[in-house]
Design a protein around this ligand. Sequence first.
Ligand code: GLN
Length: 188
Amino acid sequence: MKIGVLSLQGGVIEHINHITKLGHVGVEIKKLEDMEGINGIILPGGESTTIGKLLRETKMFIPLRNKILSGLPVWGTCAGMILLAKVIEGEIDGHLKVMDIKVKRNAYGSQVNSFKRDVIVSEISSGPLPLVFIRGPVITEVTSNVKIVCTVDDKIVAAKQNNMFVTAFHPELTNNLEVHKYFINMCR
Ligand code: GLN
């Protein structure tokens, strides 16, 4: 399987390493042509405003949006989740606006409030998963066609809608491969 990782800004190499460990090929996506032949794409953590701006500047914004709307499996981690959301609380406009979720940025405060929690996410794995939050968003609203995959302290931190999957946390920063395995299964 060939899995793209949007490589404009943010945590790319950690995702590529996890994909490689699972025996698949991780491809850095820096320009439109790089998207050719991929089975799915990861939008990594970073700064959503910057990634959104670079997506527009590199002219990948509309083609990527169209591919997602046509069914390309996509996983947004953290900033990636913000890029996919139809509504961002307190902001006039969103970015790709493909997923029926409303998100609140930096819902857990600043970098110093980063934390890790072990949680059982039955949709993904039977054992507990280490969830790492770094200035993460939370989902504050979903429509009925969105499946809530994980909540932590009553806050929605992972969700799925057809070919789109989002996590507010960073599985690529742990040694656990289960969430990557889950997404790769979505790409089959
Ligand atoms: N706070 C960032 C944003 O709003 C997301 C942080 C992250 O991706 N780790 O874009």
